[in-house]
Design a protein around this ligand. Sequence first.
Ligand SMILES: Nc1nc2c(c(=O)[nH]1)N[C@H]1C(S)=C(S)[C@@H](COP(=O)(O)OP(=O)(O)OC[C@H]3O[C@@H](n4cnc5c(=O)[nH]c(N)nc54)[C@H](O)[C@@H]3O)O[C@H]1N2
Ligand SMILES: Nc1nc2c(c(=O)[nH]1)N[C@H]1C(S)=C(S)[C@@H](COP(=O)(O)OP(=O)(O)OC[C@H]3O[C@@H](n4cnc5c(=O)[nH]c(N)nc54)[C@H](O)[C@@H]3O)O[C@H]1N2
Ligand SMILES: [Mo]
Length: 775
Amino acid sequence: MDKSNAPGKIEPYHHPAAGWGALKYVAINLIKERVAGGSYRTLFKQNQPDGFDCPGCAWPDRQHASTFEFCENGVKAVAAEATTKRVTPEFFAEHTVDELMAQTDYELEQHGRLTDPMVYDPLTDKYRPIDWDQAFALIAQHLNKLPSPNQAAFYTSGRASNEAAFLYQLFVRMFGTNNFPDCSNMCHEATSRGLPKTVGIGKGTVTLDDFEIADTIIIFGQNPATNHPRMLGELREASRRGATIVSVNPLRERGLERFTSPQHPLEMITMGSTKIASTFIQPKLGGDFALIKGVAKYIVELDDEAVANGTERVLDVAFIREHTLGFEAFADDLRQESWALLESESGVPREEIENLGRIYANGKRVIATWGMGITQHKHSVQTVHLLSNLLMMRGNIGRDGAGLCPVRGHSNVQGNRTVGIEEKPSEAFLDRLGEVFDFAPPREHGLDVVETVEHMIEGHVKVFLGLGGNFAMATPDTLRTFDGLRSCDLTVHITTKLNRSHLVHGKEALILPTLGRTEIDVQAGVAQGITVEDSMSMVHISYGMNKPASKNLMSETAILANIAHATLGDDKVRWLDYASDYAKIRDAIEQVLPGFEQYNERIKHPGGFHLRVASREREWETDTGKANFIVHAVQTDTPIVRAKQRHGERLMTLMTTRSHDQYNTTIYALDDRYRGVFGQRRVVFINPADIAMLGFKNGDWVDMSTVWEDGIERRANYFRLVEYDIPRGCIGAYYPETNPLVPLGSVGDVCNTPTSKSIPVLLHRSSQPVAMPAF
Ligand SMILES: Nc1nc2c(c(=O)[nH]1)N[C@H]1C(S)=C(S)[C@@H](COP(=O)(O)OP(=O)(O)OC[C@H]3O[C@@H](n4cnc5c(=O)[nH]c(N)nc54)[C@H](O)[C@@H]3O)O[C@H]1N2
Ligand SMILES: Nc1nc2c(c(=O)[nH]1)N[C@H]1C(S)=C(S)[C@@H](COP(=O)(O)OP(=O)(O)OC[C@H]3O[C@@H](n4cnc5c(=O)[nH]c(N)nc54)[C@H](O)[C@@H]3O)O[C@H]1N2
Ligand SMILES: [Mo]
């Protein structure tokens, strides 16, 4: 039975984050997933030197931790993989694809692990079993008959290992295209495109050691209690040491208020907890740019005063002189910026902006972390520039205990990019790849996620292959994405669990079931390890420990090697050899990429090794050879502003976000307990004054429609209003249910990331639904 139709309840959560609440949920989860007793062991091996890397988030591990690193959502991710429930050929024989489409994403997830390769049969509208070799031959046949390799797109979700991802990109480039849409395009792309302009590399500059000595940590647009729970351990230590922690977020996320550490028995037993953030700043959605600009302006004003009074400078003058370019123009622009504009565009009063400015100026070692609240807007790249510039003003980059900390999502999304999953590869990388493997890699830049969907709709992309993920639900403009996928000649998914992307398929379609990271991967009689890179550029090895969910699973690396072998033959690369010994792939990575010297040796070290980040050492790999200050104006002509001009105060800006019980499009359960939502997902968080202004009552059912300028109607129906502490004019709801509202054309400048955190919508009264839509 689908419980998502049940009424559910709203009840404020008054407990600290994690603590006993988390333990209770873990127990419920293990029972629900029917995880076998023997597999409990594996939960304790997550993120230990001899265990596997947690398939949850990309937060790094504390290798010297004495206790296991307990994390509720890590356990859920592992339990979801270790579940004993199975999706077998018999299951598919019992259900047509059409029937399965009527199930919610939560129900689809609940069926368990896929066991056998399946092919779609249009005569019965069912998937039926297919031999692995036949599946590989079908893919090769489709790829080889395409008039141009650019008519195929190769998606990656960030769970793939470095080894699988490297082999994948080598195969695809030898096949002849750079069409690598990946989850990163929807995630931290603004970080990856923005930081190279200011500091020379699109990665963070801190390590966990920096968290140990930072005196100020500012968290922008991130909800760690849910999405990176192990980060709370770091924040707890910092808070107890007396560091100042600030959360900048339209929501006052409860999980950032107090935390009970399951690692500390005394805190658990005494029902104690540690205060995390001491200051909460609640900008309106997308208001961070103006807010940070205000902080930077205040710093310049303080410094101007210091110069006038002959007191100690506020700027790090030596750093600015020695390491940066463009500061004078940057400071002049700040001096001229209007406070009124900064206040109205950020939604934060000047006193609060100045208060954040004082906190920042008092910090000697400041870390700024950020997540999707910063990266999924129209002007995200500009905000990333500005945020890095703010840290540069006081030399907070390349100093111990200070720096930039973009917190990535998928556990190996950063590694995937490092080893070549990149639709806009650098010439240097392509040169080297071509040299080592003796071929001419394609130079034309490939398609990102949004472009891939557009090209499918226009009929230019005919074959889609997904290495993990759930393309149909993770991408914007759901119904148009569906049209795109359905117009393909072939869709293929290398995957662990059933999801909607398998149901929204091309004329021919394959589901190829694969091992998860927690499972033992034996090739040529030897258990293989895979490597991953976390958010702080630590590269380390991971060994699966559980018995594979089915005998008929293949590893991602083996599947990709077989596809490459079937498509391109063995002339240039002995694909199957690579798949029989992953150390050989690591040798190849070492040959192509700088920083991986002695790769196979260095991963033997517990905790692995740190991949060099030049900006951390104050070396600037930018166009100018220096760290750059960049001037950007506050954007005042945006789709949101234009929609407001037409609809006045009734126009709401919608952010789409994650609940506590989901992993992206995978819905584990229907609660979001820190936000007080239980047993339901179709809710809209809204300010009580806006409920009244719109003529609704708390708990009313509404439909949402997007205000966009292309004439296409976009709606998502049946959401309950939940009054919430959120700025006026801003609302929040969960993704993926809200993706039908995100227009394909609504993307960030430069990064082309869907603006999942700022969608102009109108609310309409609806009646209580008889049945909920499936998606
Ligand atoms: N358990 C679990 N863990 C996960 C995931 C998961 O789904 N479940 N997903 C993984 C992935 S792929 C990623 S990318 C990360 C995502 O982790 P987060 O970056 O935390 O992503 P979101 O849940 O989308 O939440 C964004 C936060 O930003 C705030 N926000 C929204 N708009 C704005 C804004 O305009 N300004 C500011 N300052 N704040 C804003 C929201 O209120 C919310 O607190 O987590 C990873 N880890
Ligand atoms: N509206 C809106 N849209 C968003 C976002 C948002 O905040 N709002 N966030 C965006 C972000 S940050 C991201 S990263 C994307 C996520 O986009 P994706 O990465 O495409 O989506 P996931 O839901 O993480 O993919 C889950 C599926 O991956 C498969 N899977 C799980 N583990 C493995 C494995 O080990 N191997 C393989 N081969 N498959 C596996 C399972 O079949 C599972 O159903 O969504 C983006 N979309
Ligand atoms: Mo992500």
